[in-house]
Design a protein around this ligand. Structure first.
Ligand SMILES: Cc1cc2nc3c(=O)[nH]c(=O)nc-3n(C[C@H](O)[C@H](O)[C@H](O)COP(=O)(O)OP(=O)(O)OC[C@H]3O[C@@H](n4cnc5c(N)ncnc54)[C@H](O)[C@@H]3O)c2cc1C
Ligand SMILES: NC(=O)c1ccc[n+]([C@@H]2O[C@H](COP(=O)([O-])OP(=O)(O)OC[C@H]3O[C@@H](n4cnc5c(N)ncnc54)[C@H](O)[C@@H]3O)[C@@H](O)[C@H]2O)c1
Length: 483
């Protein structure tokens, strides 16, 4: 018997276990593939290992004295080897050792709920275990790529995010279907590695969840570097010629696009179809609904944390939820009841240690395209959709001296969304080289609800990109975004 059983040892499951361990709970953690999850082996880490050389080279091309040194293409062989090293050659010994080091017991195999507070593990070696949880089970099984139901797709062996982050060779021609973050980042990476890239976007532009200027900058840069970015197109079928021949994507107007590989970056679905949800009265296959303490609706012992609850499909946000869930599980366990709304966690109102409030108000994200983009909080479109009256302050990032020093011909843009009543920030979005590192300042301003009047005292260093904060305050003072 354990205090807590965690299903899935991705970044989120690891953090739930660690937080619970810090509070003195005994923990078992079950993993069917690699300890470290999607993020470590087929998502964040390998994708950023592929992207960092591309972005560094691109920035060096804008720096006097360096341009000539990086005029040649990336050494794809070296970049792929670096990616392999970053993912530890898809071996998880280091992370498995870490799980042991925190005192949790690791069970390797497929875990399934088997009624309240029970998990069975079908071990990878044919072994079988029944684990019982005194206080809680945390489902942290993550998500996998969602593929559309298209004629020919199964036989066409499409890439998903897994192949796009782990491929050992650069295809001559890569077709990318989708316009979200995976599509934009992977188009950027493989183009920089030498593939001729065609991006097929169903909607009006790339990165539709962010402010529109982000997708415009990223698409323009991809096109300048030779990619074919087509918007408003629908894929009707996919055909692979033989087992290793080229692939043809047929659009619904009959046009055909040829490639050597096709990546479907068309979103995610939850890994909940075979985890025994039916044994506790829940429907298999869906995202799991949770309250702000990450407890599954209607179950006082069951938590769902990370991608699987669909609140924010990001590692850092999942790990934030993990810290909150771990704290709530421990507090309810200490309280001795583990039952009833609020038992052991007091009122757990917004911003308490037991409420993942930032999921609603301030989810930060950096998109590692070239140029980089970053955002936190709401966009103008989201404010309008919610009927909120806001002021949007827009600026070109070249308004600061730091931009011209960062890169010759620097291009970038920022938008700040302000609540005019409280004069606090509701959201900020950046696009431009180096802007990923500006996002955390924005996150602190949004989460801290720092009034504009106080932000004037947060003096940005000269001559950094951060000086854009001062320009934003000046523009706001001078009436920018006023109706
Ligand atoms: C290409 C790509 C790039 C990304 N880049 C970023 C990025 O730069 N920054 C960022 O913040 N986010 C990024 N993300 C999102 C990030 O990968 C996810 O948000 C994160 O991995 C979610 O963590 P998780 O622990 O909830 O799930 P996962 O990482 O999916 O881990 C779940 C774990 O549970 C295991 N599991 C599932 N079912 C069972 C079962 N029945 N029994 C036992 N074990 C089970 C799985 O094997 C897996 O190890 C990216 C995603 C993709 C696809
Ligand atoms: N840097 C980062 O933080 C980072 C990087 C990669 C992924 N992620 C996370 O991973 C998650 C998954 O990313 P994603 O890009 O796969 O999903 P997404 O939901 O962001 O984008 C999927 C896109 O595919 C399109 N689409 C869906 N079905 C389609 C179809 N049949 N034909 C054409 N287009 C179709 C959608 O319109 C959407 O624009 C995201 O939520 C993101 O937060 C984060």
């Amino acid at each position: 018997m354990y205090d807590l059983v965690v299903l899935g040892a991705g970044p989120v499951g690891e953090n739930v276990a660690d937080r619970a361990r810090a509070a003195g709970l005994t923990t078992a953690i079950v993993e069917s593939e690699l300890v470290g999850g999607e993020c470590s082996y087929w998502a964040c880490m390998p994708s950023k290992a592929l992207l960092r050389p591309a972005i560094a080279r691109s920035e060096a091309l804008q720096v006097p004295g360096l341009r000539g040194q990086v005029a040649g293409p990336l050494d794809a062989h070296e970049v792929l080897a670096h990616r392999d090293a970053i993912v530890g050659d898809w071996q998880d010994d280091g992370q498995a050792d870490w799980v042991k080091s925190i005192g949790a017991d690791l069970y390797r195999g497929h875990g399934r709920l088997d009624g309240p507070r029970r998990v069975t593990v079908q071990g990878t070696e044919g072994d079988r275990h029944v684990l019982t949880a005194r206080h809680a089970v945390a489902v942290c099984t993550g998500s996998r790529a969602a593929l559309p139901d298209l004629p020919g797709l199964d036989g066409a062996r499409p890439w998903t995010s897994r192949e796009a982050t782990s491929s050992g060779r650069v295809p001559d021609r890569l077709i990318v279907v989708g316009g979200g973050v995976v599509a934009a980042e992977m188009a950027t990476a493989w183009q920089a590695l030498g593939a001729r890239v065609t991006v097929l976007v169903r909607g009006a532009g790339l990165l539709p969840r962010m402010e529109p200027f982000v997708g415009e900058h990223v698409a323009a840069a991809l096109i300048e570097r030779g990619a074919d970015v087509r918007t408003g197109v629908n894929v009707a079928a996919v055909v692979r010629d033989g087992s290793s021949g080229p692939v043809t994507v047929v659009l619904d107007d009959g046009e055909q696009v040829m490639g050597d590989e096709v990546l479907f970056a068309t979103g995610r679905r939850p890994r909940t179809e075979d985890i025994g949800l039916e044994t506790v009265g829940l429907a298999p296959g869906g995202w799991l609904d949770v309250d702000d303490s990450l407890r599954v609706t209607g179950h006082d012992w069951l938590y769902a944390v990370g991608d699987v609850n669909h609140r924010a499909l990001l590692t850092h946000q999942g790990k934030y939820q993990a810290r909150i869930a771990g704290a709530a599980i421990a507090a309810r366990a200490a309280d001795g009841t583990g039952e009833g709304a609020g038992a052991g966690i007091g009122d757990a109102g917004p911003w308490s240690p037991y409420a993942a409030t930032a999921d609603h108000a301030a989810v930060p994200q950096v998109v590692f395209t070239d140029p980089e983009a970053g955002a936190v909080g709401i966009s103008l479109a989201e404010a309008e959709a919610a009927g909120r009256e806001v002021r949007a302050v827009d600026l070109d990032l070249t308004a600061v001296a730091g931009a011209g020093l960062y890169a010759q011909g620097y291009r970038g843009h920022v938008r700040m969304i302000v609540d005019p009543d409280s004069e606090t920030l509701l959201g900020v979005t950046f696009v431009g080289p180096g802007t990923g590192e500006l996002v955390h300042a924005a996150t602190i301003a949004v989460v801290g609800q720092v009034p504009i009047a106080r932000l004037w005292h947060a003096v940005p260093s000269y001559p950094t990109l951060s000086e854009i904060w001062l320009r934003l305050l000046e523009a706001y003072r001078d009436g920018a975004g006023r109706p």
